[in-house]
Design a protein around this ligand. Structure first.
Ligand SMILES: *Cc1c(COP(=O)(O)O)cnc(C)c1O
Length: 355
């Protein structure tokens, strides 16, 4: 027997979420963002289920290698571009597209001798202030890469800081449009939030990530309201039960005290599996399909579920930590974080089953 925890990855849900994203994308092509090991869903599993996407976006050359290895022939974009000159030959051999976001990358590429040029996404910093050329430097950067024979197929790109909240995209969008004005190149702007809320920002290449995994990019709109289906369900089981008398305490730090006689289930899932240690008492959890709450402090390998009102539950009972029937957003809220972080944090020791 192995530890009973596993993540079920639902390929049909991934395909469904891609179809929903397509509905919003209209004629735009979809670059499925599969960085961070497919947001924790497993890069190969995610890419296979999302094979109908028009392209893929990753954060590293290693991830791109995996995609080519499993037979992906679609465009693959390195979202941060190259980190050093040594990566250039492999980028060319694998026919990758690269983001260029900094002068230093232009310098590295200038001397490269390639048999075939690399497609480029030239990134504008329109207010996110993370990657990209400032508007006043953008035209010069574009002029530079236009003269470089090792670069081809230019796409203009930017990224929104507040597509998911009430601030919106209008300020960045006007910066972007005035900067890109007059160029005939294709554009790529929208993440999931922009694609779903501001479909006019989809342009030629949309870049959804979180939505494909069935999670909401918005704090004020649930995944199900967006017609998305959770692709990851984190399963485990009850491996022990305890009965506490009134005033007895539970777990590390004696963080929780029984206010009445209570029955507690010990679940084989802890922060070393990627469950957030900061999930507070009261965080919802499903035991045999019934909703109850987590109590006490999350340990490395285990956590506690209150079974006081679930007399049928006991050792071996099925537990769902998040996923089908229990939106990951609820756990994220309770732990003071966001769904993205929980999905990406799935530990390697949590094996995946795709059905
Ligand atoms: C991660 C990322 C995305 C996808 O964002 P979601 O919010 O997950 O849709 C798109 N574009 C860039 C540049 C990214 O880094």
């Amino acid at each position: 027997m192995t530890r009973p925890i596993y993540a079920h990855i639902d390929a049909a849900a991934l395909r469904h979420n891609l179809a929903v994203s397509r509905k919003h994308a209209g004629n735009a092509r979809i670059m499925a963002v599969v960085k961070a090991n497919g947001y924790g869903h497993g890069l190969k599993i995610a890419a296979a289920a999302l094979a109908d996407a028009d392209g893929f976006a990753v954060a590293s050359l290693e991830e791109a290698v995996v995609l080519r290895d499993i037979g992906c022939h679609k465009p693959i974009l390195l979202l941060e571009g190259i980190f050093d000159a040594g990566e250039i030959p492999l980028c060319a051999a694998l026919k990758l597209s690269i983001v260029i976001h900094h002068r230093e990358q232009i310098r590295l590429l200038r001397t490269a001798e390639l048999v075939e040029p690399l497609p480029v996404f030239l990134k504008l910093n329109s207010g996110m202030n993370r990657l990209g050329f400032k508007p006043q430097d953008y035209t010069q950067a574009l002029a530079d890469i236009q003269t470089m024979p090792m670069l081809s197929n230019i796409t203009l790109m930017s990224h929104f800081a507040t597509a998911d909240d009430s601030y919106g995209i209008s300020e960045q969008l006007s910066t972007i449009l005035s900067c890109f004005n007059g160029w005939e190149y294709p554009l790529s702007l929208a993440n999931s939030a922009a694609l779903f809320r501001y479909p006019y920002s989809r342009c030629q290449w949309a870049r959804p990530g979180i939505a494909l995994y069935g999670a909401s990019p918005f704090a004020d709109q649930t995944a199900s309201e967006l017609e998305l289906l959770p692709a990851m369900t984190l399963h485990s089981r009850i491996i022990a039960t305890q009965t506490l008398n009134k005033n007895e305490t539970l777990g590390y730090g004696r963080l929780w005290t029984a206010e009445k006689r209570s029955r507690i289930g010990v679940v084989a899932c802890g922060y070393a599996d990627g469950y957030p240690r900061h999930a507070a008492t009261g965080t919802p959890i499903l035991v045999d399909g019934k909703r109850t709450r987590i109590v006490g402090r999350i340990s490395m390998d285990m956590l506690f579920a209150d079974l006081t009102d679930l007399p049928e539950a006991g050792i071996g009972s099925q537990v769902i930590l998040w996923g089908k029937g229990l939106p990951v957003e609820l756990i994220a809220q309770s732990a003071g974080t966001i769904n993205y972080e929980l999905l990406c944090a799935r530990a390697d020791r949590v094996t995946m089953r795709d059905l």
